[in-house]
Design a protein around this ligand. Sequence first.
Ligand SMILES: *[C@@H]1O[C@H](CO)[C@@H](O)[C@H](O)[C@H]1NC(C)=O
Ligand SMILES: *[C@@H]1O[C@H](CO)[C@@H](O)[C@H](O)[C@H]1NC(C)=O
Ligand SMILES: *[C@@H]1O[C@H](CO)[C@@H](O)[C@H](O)[C@H]1NC(C)=O
Length: 443
Amino acid sequence: MSSVTRMMSMVLSLQIITAFFFITATVSSSDSSQPGGFTMDLIQHRSKSNSSSFRRSNIDNQLRATPYADVAFDTYEYLMKLQIGTPPVEIEAILDTGSEVVWTQCLPCINCFNQSSPIFDPSKSSTYKKIRCTTPDQSCDYDVVYGDKSYSIGSFVSETVSIKSTSGQSYVMPETIIGCSHNNSAFKTSGSGIVGLNWKPLSLISQMGKHMLGAISYCFSPEGTSNINFGSNAIVSGEGTVTTPMFKKKEGPGLYYLNLDAVSVEKTRIETLGTPFHASDGNIVIDSGSTLTTLPASYCSLVREAVEKFVEAERVTSKDGTLCYKTNTMDVFPVITMHFTGGADLVLGKTNTYMAVNGGDICLAIICGPTIPLPGGVDAIFGNRAQNNFLVGYDDSSRLFSFKPTDCGVKQDIPRDSVSAASFLQFNITFVLFIYVLSLIRL
Ligand SMILES: *[C@@H]1O[C@H](CO)[C@@H](O)[C@H](O)[C@H]1NC(C)=O
Ligand SMILES: *[C@@H]1O[C@H](CO)[C@@H](O)[C@H](O)[C@H]1NC(C)=O
Ligand SMILES: *[C@@H]1O[C@H](CO)[C@@H](O)[C@H](O)[C@H]1NC(C)=O
C-alpha cells in the first residue's frame, strides 16, 4: 500500500474520531429534533454621522430623495460576532432584520471599506466553496442596495459559519450561503458586513432551520450590554409582555410588518383611523438596522403638532423640518406611546424618542418620511432607537411580535443554551456514515 493510502486512512480515522466526539458531545445536550436555543452578547456601535442609516434591501431611488441633510442624528448599530471558514476567522457584522443577505468583505477587494479586523481571505479556508446558480452563466452574484444608498456587491458562496454563545458553546452551521463582497460603498461601521435576519430563505435565521423555530429576540441597550437570543431562548414572556400580530407581505422584500393603530403624545391619542396610514394588515416595518423611526408625512405631522403643543422651549429652525429645541433636558418633552394592534401599547422612554444632535439641541427622533410610498408600501419604520430597553421578540411560528419593557443594560438571567447543533449534527451524521462506509470499503 502506498503512503498516500496510509495517509488517507489516517485522515479517515481522524474524521471518525472527530465524529465520535461530536456524537458524545450531543448526547449530553439534546436530541437534534428538539428545538435549540442560545443567547449571545452584541456590540453597540455609535457613529456620529450625516447618514440616515435606513438599511433596507432592494429599495429603489425614491428613498434617496428624502431630506436628511440638515440635522445630523447619530447612527446606532448593533453588531454580532460570527466565525467564518475553517480555520475560523472572527468577524463582526451589523444585525439587520430589514434585509436578507449575510455578507462579509472578502479578498480580493475591488472596493472595500476600512474594517477593524483583517478582511476574510477565502483562499485560506478549507470549507469555502463557490456555488452555481441557475443563471445562464451559472454565476451567483448578488447586489444589495440598502435604504441609505450603501451597497454591497459580490458572489454567493458556501461557507461554515459558527456562532459562539455567551456561555461559550459554538453553534456551527456548515454550508451556509453567505455573500462574499468585493465591491462596497463606504459603510461607516466598525464591522465588516451585515447579518440579514429577515424572513427570506438566505437570512441567518432562515438558514438555521426549523429547530430554531424562526424565533429571535433582542434587547438593545442605549449604553450597556445588548444581546440577541435564538430559538427556544428567544421566547418573550413574563410580566409586562405584550404581543401584536406579525405581517408579511409578498411584495415587500422580506420585511416584518406590524400594525400601528395610534400614537399617543402624553394623553393625546392620535388614531391612524381616518388617515391614509391606517391599515389592518401591517403599516410599519420593524427594523433593527435603522436608527430612527419614520412615519408617513401626513400622519407624522399630526404627531409633531401634538409634540409642539406640549413643549415649552425655544424652537430651532432646521431646513428639513426636523422638530428641534434649544434645551439641555429631555424633561420638557412629552411621553410618546405607540399603540400596536391587539393592545400592545409601548410606552417609550424619552431617550427612545428624542436625541441630542450636533449643536447640543434636542430633536424628535421620529422622522416624517417620504410622501411617495416605497416598494411594498414601506413608508413607516420602527427603528432601533425606539426599540431600546424592550426585549423584542420575533416569532415566526406564532406570527407574533412580543415586547417586554426591560433594562437591557442589566445582565439578564440567560436561559441555558440548548445548542443541540442540529444542523451540525445532521450534517455530521451523514458525513460520518459516508466516511464510515468509505472506510469499510477500504478495509
Ligand atoms: C456631512 O456631509 C457633508 C456633505 O455631504 C460633508 O461635507 C461633511 O464632511 C459630513 N460630515 C461628517 C461628520 O461626516
Ligand atoms: C483606512 O485605514 C487606513 C489605515 O488606518 C487609512 O490610512 C486610510 O486612510 C483609511 N481609508 C479610509 C477610506 O478611511
Ligand atoms: C462597484 O459598484 C458600483 C455600483 O454598482 C459601480 O459603479 C462601480 O463601477 C463598481 N466598481 C468596480 C471597480 O467594479
